[in-house]
Structures are given as structure tokens and as C-alpha cells.
Design a protein. Structure first.
Length: 558
């Protein structure tokens, strides 16, 4: 389980830290210097929580990297307590004093005017960067309270942020998210999700325009919600706006402060487990090779993906690190989330975890974790997230692409090819992901078959049966049942069962496809072929958000 039902209420110190982060977000997006010494000092408001959280999880012992980093921040939090209190009182005043705020209806939420007073400041931490962007960035920071959810909205053309109150409380949101986004998610009820979370998107419709960069800072259970897939003005938000997120406003400030202008080339880790082959991991390698136009591309495959190799690759001064391996998420210990490595016979050598990343210095501008559940995190008291996302950002990445649930290999490979095509053409990661996700959503069976044929011609012979199975499934989906039956039977004929006398370890690609399933699929296709249905290759196999919305961008959008 993700621990949603075990999340603890925020204690007073953590609550003040969250409110402090909202104030920091205002300074980031608006170039406003708040009347608060802690904000002007640029204090990273979520750091004080790390010490208690990592100590409780066994990671913050004296002498450990986490303990060394968090202890100074913990001590500093006592010094800044008074300033945090000022922020808290300011926010409380903004949400409880109608005489000084003003109130208007905004759909199902209620807008409340500025929570802080301030003046323009050229020294604001990120104000200059945000204002310099050709596109306007709009911040939506969420705070889930017991009875309702607060949305703090900030834009560069406003003097101060707006506050919207949405009548969705903590218990209701947790119940909805647990039901629609459970561990092991295999399908999405798009209509039900949009109906039950409709009120959360009203601020997007009200305070942003098509083309704006939407920057979300989720809170509580909302870290598991794909905001970019929620319906706004009749279509998904991603069709209207590029979207990115960050665990907190202060985290993004630190991400954008990192300079990676001198980076070039890429490093790719693919298909680390020969016993769990990923045909479309090779396709993702080809996408990086074909579209990263500057610098060299380092590739590690299968048995080369060892602990030492991963550490070495992550510290290369490259533009992109792309990892296409199996991912593992532990709901009880977020620091154990990781990617599967090549087997090495040791008890702890099978996985490179979030805890391992705390000892690595990542030098890449963008890290892509194209693995199942790579974006899931365990939430502990104070809305602190333990998992790969926070670990990679902490290790030095400026931007990170992760998945919110278990992705299927075929749509992930298709999406990644389009992503690198756009990214290699000088698009930022937010725009590249938007283009790739929408292209995946709109792709027809004919489009996907063309992609599979291109990959089939380039992969090693041992991976081709996996592509051939995808091709057969696509033909069946299009209603071309006779062609599908032929494809299934060709697989069975070309890769016969080696039988019990085969040498141990003899590779048989069809065994990974489950031979019994192939026999059943061939029989089903032959029966359907007798009906004489007219094939339709214009069907869109990935139209559900389950296929195209799993990937989300964390960190800098440029």
C-alpha cells in the first residue's frame, strides 16, 4: 500500500513549514518580496522536516548523508520559528477576515484575495527567471485541510497571490484517490475520476489561459493525482497547457538555480534483467541515439547494468540520463523504491534504491525514469515524500520525468520516441512531454504498427518475438482477425517449446510471452475471423489516460 490510509495529521511545526512554503511560492512566481525575514533569506522551508522523517525511517542516523544535511536545517528552524509564525498568521488572516479580503464565487470554489502584502523586488529568488520566460507560468499550490482544500494561485502579472477554497476535505480526497489510483493500477475510469475531482480543476479554468505553463505543487494525497489528465473546458488539461510539478515551491527554486548549460550527450541504461525482457526499452535507446544531436551517447544494457555502473553513469556530465528498466516501489519504505539491476548473486545487489541516490551526485540536466511506479512516493508526517522522485532531485537533477503507475511497454516506447523527437528539436521537457503524450493519445493502430515495424528491424533477434506479439495484438484490436491469427501461429511455429530436455538457461523468447496465451489468442482469432468483421486501422488504442498520462514532469520546465 502507498500508506495513504496511514498518513499522520500535520504537527504544528510541519504545518507552519507548509504555510511558509506557500509564502516562498509567492515570491518565486510573482517577484514579490514578502514582509518575512525567513522568506527573504531564501530558507528552504521543507528541509526541517527531513531530519525527523529520515530518522524515523532509519536513514537519519548520525554520520549518514541525510543526517548531516538535515541537522543544520533542523537547528535553523528554531531560529526562524517566529518568522514562520508571521507567515501562518498572515495566511490565517487572508482566509478568515472577509472585511480585508473580499470574496467572489469561482465555480465550486471561493476565491479570496491577497494573503500577503508585499512590494516588487528585483532580488526575488525566481521572479526574474519566471518573468524572463516567453510564456507565463502560473503556480497552483494545494493545501488539503480537514474540511476543504486551499489552492494558492500566483502569476507574474499579479502583485500578490489569490486563494481559492475548494469544498473537498482530506477524508473525501483520500477515499477518492485510493479508489481510483490504487497500487497496481491497471485501468482508469476516466468519467468517474473527472466527475469526483471536478472542483479541483476550477482554479485552472479561472486563473490560467491556453498556452500558460501550469506549475502544480500538490499536497497530501494529491501527489498521486495526474492533474494534466483531468478535464478542463472539455479536454484534458495537457491539451490546453504544458504542465509540470514540484514537491514544493522551494524545491523548484533550487532546481532552477542549478546550471547545466555546459552539458551534452546522454547516458542510457536499458533492460537490466534478461529474465524479464523489455523489447521497447531498446526502442527508447534508439530514440535517444536518434535525437540527442550533440555529444556522445553511452549505453549500458542487460548484464552491464550493475550497481557500480549505475553510480558511474549518474555522475556523468551529460544532458540526459535515460533509464528504461523495471521499477519497484515499496509502499511501507519509500527509500527502498528503486530500479532492478542485473543479477549479481548478492543479497543487496538487485536494486538501486532511493537511499542509494542520496550518496550520488547527479550532473545531468534531465533524468528520465521510464520504469513502472518510478514517481510514487511514501508520504510521511509533514507531507514529506520518500521515494525516487525526491531522491533524484536531491541528488542534483534539474528536471525529472517519472511515472505515476505501472506503464505498459508499448505505449511507453511510442511516447518516448515522440518525446525525444521534440526534446532533440530544442523543446523544453514540459513542451516535449505535452506533445508526446497527446501524440500517443491520438495515435491510430496504423501509426503504432508503423512504429513497431521500425523497432522490429533494429532490435536483436532475441527481442523480436516480443514485438511480433504486439503486432499480432494490434491487428486483432483493429478487427483484422485473420492476419492476427496468422501472426500468433507464426510465433508458435518459429519458436517451438524447447521441452523438458532443453539445457538449463536456453533462451526461448516465446516463454516470456506465455505460450498458453498465444495458443488461446490464435484460437480466438480464428473464430472471430469467421464472422467477417471489416478491419479498422484508424482505432486509437492508447486513447485512455491510463496509456498516455502516466508520465509526469517534476522540476524545471525549461
Amino acid at each position: 500500500m502507498r500508506g495513504i490510509d496511514r498518513m499522520q495529521p500535520l504537527d504544528p511545526l510541519n504545518t507552519v513549514s507548509d504555510l511558509m512554503d506557500v509564502a516562498a511560492a509567492s515570491a518565486v512566481c510573482n517577484g514579490v518580496e514578502l514582509h518575512c525575514p525567513a522568506v527573504r533569506a531564501g530558507f528552504p522551508c521543507q528541509l526541517p522536516r527531513l531530519r525527523s522523517n529520515w530518522t524515523a525511517s532509519g536513514q537519519g542516523r548520525k554520520g549518514s548523508p541525510a543526517g548531516q544535511i538535515c541537522a543544520p536545517a533542523w537547528r535553523r528552524s528554531h531560529v526562524l520559528g517566529k518568522s514562520m509564525g508571521e507567515v501562518r498568521r498572515g495566511i490565517e488572516a487572508a482566509t478568515t477576515k472577509p472585511s480585508t479580503i473580499g470574496q467572489t464565487a469561482v465555480g465550486d470554489g471561493r476565491e479570496r484575495r491577497p494573503m500577503t502584502a508585499g512590494r516588487a523586488s528585483p532580488q526575488a529568488r525566481l521572479g526574474a527567471d519566471v518573468r524572463a520566460d516567453l510564456r507565463r507560468a502560473v503556480l497552483f499550490e494545494f493545501f488539503v485541510a480537514e474540511a476543504e482544500t486551499y489552492v494558492f494561485v500566483a502569476r507574474a502579472d499579479w502583485d500578490s497571490p489569490r486563494v481559492v477554497r475548494v469544498p473537498l476535505g482530506r477524508a473525501r480526497l483520500r477515499e477518492v484517490v485510493e479508489r481510483h489510483f490504487p497500487p497496481g493500477l491497471s485501468a482508469l475510469d476516466e468519467e468517474a475520476v473527472n466527475e469526483e475531482l471536478r472542483r479541483l480543476v476550477v482554479p485552472f479554468e479561472t486563473f490560467s489561459e491556453p498556452g500558460d505553463l501550469i506549475w502544480t505543487v500538490p499536497h497530501d494525497v494529491l501527489h498521486h493525482v495526474p492533474f494534466h489528465a483531468l478535464r478542463v473546458n472539455g479536454g484534458p488539461l495537457l491539451a490546453r497547457n504544458p504542465v509540470c510539478s514540484s514537491p514544493s515551491a522551494s524545491v523548484l527554486r533550487h532546481c532552477r538555480a542549478r546550471s547545466h548549460a555546459d552539458r551534452s550527450g546522454a547516458a542510457v541504461l536499458v533492460d537490466s534483467r534478461n529474465d524479464l525482457p523489455l523489447a521497447h526499452a531498446d526502442a527508447q535507446e534508439f530514440a535517444v541515439r536518434d535525437h540527442i544531436v550533440s555529444g556522445s551517447v553511452t549505453v549500458l544494457k542487460q548484464e552491464q547494468v550493475t550497481r557500480q555502473a549505475v553510480r558511474r553513469v549518474l555522475e556523468l556530465p551529460v544532458d540526459v540520463v535515460h533509464i528504461a528498466c523495471h521499477g519497484v516501489f515499496s509502499g511501507h519504505r519509500g527509500q527502498d523504491a528503486g530500479i532492478l539491476l542485473a543479477p549479481d548473486g548478492s543479497a543487496d545487489g538487485e536494486r538501486f534504491t532511493a537511499a542509494d541516490l542520496l550518496t550520488v551526485g547527479i550532473r545531468a540536466r534531465l533524468v528520465v525514469l521510464s520504469a513502472c511506479d518510478s514517481g510514487l512516493s511514501r508520504r510521511v508526517a509533514g507531507d514529506e515524500l520518500l521515494g525516487l522522485t525526491r531522491a533524484v532531485i536531491h541528488a542534483g537533477a534539474r528536471s525529472l520525468l517519472v511515472t505515476l503507475w505501472q506503464v505498459e511497454a508499448l505505449p511507453a516506447g511510442f511516447l518516448m520516441r515522440r518525446f525525444y523527437h521534440c526534446f532533440g528539436s530544442s523543446s523544453g521537457p514540459a513542451d516535449a512531454l505535452r506533445e508526446a503524450a497527446l501524440a500517443t493519445r491520438d495515435a491510430t493502430v496504423a501509426d503504432v504498427l508503423e512504429y513497431c515495424a521500425e523497432v522490429h528491424a533494429r532490435v536483436s533477434p532475441s527481442r523480436r518475438p516480443l514485438l511480433e506479439r504486439d503486432i499480432a495484438d494490434l491487428r486483432y484490436l483493429a478487427g483484422d482477425h485473420r492476419a492476427a491469427a496468422d501472426a500468433y501461429e507464426d510465433l508458435l511455429r518459429d519458436h517451438p517449446d524447447p521441452g523438458p530436455d532443453a539445457a538449463a538457461g536456453t533462451p526461448n523468447p516465446v516463454s516470456a510471452l506465455r505460450r498458453d496465451d498465444l495458443v488461446a489468442a490464435a484460437s480466438r482469432s480464428r473464430r472471430a475471423a469467421r464472422v467477417g468483421v471489416r478491419p479498422d486501422y484508424t482505432l486509437q488504442p492508447f486513447s485512455s489516460p491510463f496509456h498516455w498520462a502516466a508520465f509526469t514532469l517534476v522540476g524545471d520546465w525549461t
